[in-house]
Ligand binder design. Structure first.
Ligand code: ASP
Length: 358
């Protein structure tokens, strides 16, 4: 028997899922004293699984040998993109409603104030590398769809099938469960949230349908770079672009300040220009942790007028140029974390759930 659910309920319940494994005591980047001694390298990712660790260890090797933040970020992001088991980023990512994997990615270099991005890119496993080339070898910032693919192919990227068996099966399951009365519905913040709650219980066996990764790094010269890369919201409408490839939304980097990245409901992140806002707040003197929480507050304040009970599912990560860290998400999501590599070693930084008591 068909379950009475809507497509939107299905995708909304994916918020908050991530692949956390075990937790080590958090390092806090640099101490105050170390700040005055000079800048040390640092790399973080919002991915907290083993692949996330492998990714930043790879980036760390580059940084510790004096390599650039841009190189470290790209190589780290590639590791996560190439993980076929990860259904949220790159190869193996969950497809759109037509069963086609469409990837979004952005790159920003604080040293040169350059940015590049691709959206709805099909058949290329490492969209972050294409975004980096857009950033470094064109005067444009964002290429989409067929144009992005044509560009990637011109740079020697091979077209490959990105839909793994695992992702295809999950997509088929989604199709099977579609309600005959289905439609895309109104925006999430105007929906009845209780209805969404019941949905999750209907799908206990499906892992996560959503996810993205942010990678941010500072190199030995103090230059900062960042990348956000994703397969986006699963089962999205063909052509839907999330926040990840939008500079200022899913990613922002300023060499004089720091960097920020977002995961979660991209629609909120686009409307709030959240990563830019976080960097702006850090510029005003807020710590990365405070700035991430400020961005959540700003979004909730906007929604308060239309739905006081709505707490969307964003997760923000941020670093400042001193190596301070920040990570926060909304009430209703699991405790936010990020993976961190500095010269003291690898750790997982525990962020904060905003509005938990409210
Ligand atoms: N922000 C991504 C998007 O909206 C999804 C995610 O982070 O899971 O496409």
């Amino acid at each position: 028997m068909k379950k009475e659910i809507t497509r939107r309920n299905f995708v909304n319940r994916t918020i908050g899922a991530s692949a956390g494994v075990f937790v080590l005591p958090a390092l806090t980047g640099f101490t105050k004293q170390e700040r005055t001694k000079g800048i040390k390298p640092l790399i973080i990712t919002s991915h907290t699984n083993d692949t996330g660790q492998k990714a930043i260890e790879t980036g760390w090797e580059i940084l510790k040998n004096g390599g650039s933040a841009v190189d470290a970020v790209e190589k780290a992001a590639n590791i996560i993109e190439l993980d076929a088991e990860d259904t949220s980023v790159g190869y193996g990512g969950l497809p759109n409603e037509n069963g086609v994997v469409q990837l979004d990615s952005s790159f920003m270099d604080g040293k040169t104030y350059s940015a590049g991005a691709v959206a709805c890119l099909e058949n290329i496993k490492t969209p972050s590398s294409v975004a980096r080339i857009v950033m470094q070898h064109t005067d444009h910032v964002l290429l989409v769809g067929a144009g992005a693919l044509q560009f990637a192919k011109a740079w020697g990227f091979q077209e490959e099938n990105l839909l793994t068996e695992k992702a295809r099966k999950i997509w088929l399951r989604w199709k099977e469960e579609l309600s005959p009365t289905d439609d895309w519905g109104v925006p999430e913040h105007l929906q009845n949230l209780k209805k969404n709650e019941s949905y999750w219980h209907d799908f206990p066996d499906i892992e996560h349908h959503y996810g993205t990764t942010n990678v941010l790094a500072i190199d030995m010269n103090g230059d900062i770079a960042g990348c956000t890369t994703t397969s986006g919201l699963s089962f999205k409408i063909n052509g839907r672009v999330g926040d990840s490839p939008i500079i200022g939304a899913g990613l922002y980097v300023d060499n004089e300040v720091g960097a920020a990245g977002a995961t979660g409901r991209g629609e909120d992140v686009i409307k709030s220009c959240a990563s830019y806002y976080i960097v702006l707040k850090m510029k005003e003197g807020r710590t990365p942790q405070q700035a991430c929480e400020d961005a959540l507050q700003m979004i909730v304040d906007r929604y308060r007028k239309v739905n006081p009970d709505f707490f969307p599912g964003e997760k923000f990560v941020a670093i400042n140029k001193y190596g301070d860290l920040g990570c926060a998400t909304m009430k209703g999501n699991r405790k936010p974390q990020m993976s961190v590599r500095v010269d003291k070693g690898f750790s997982r930084y525990d962020g904060k759930i905003a509005f938990e008591g409210k």
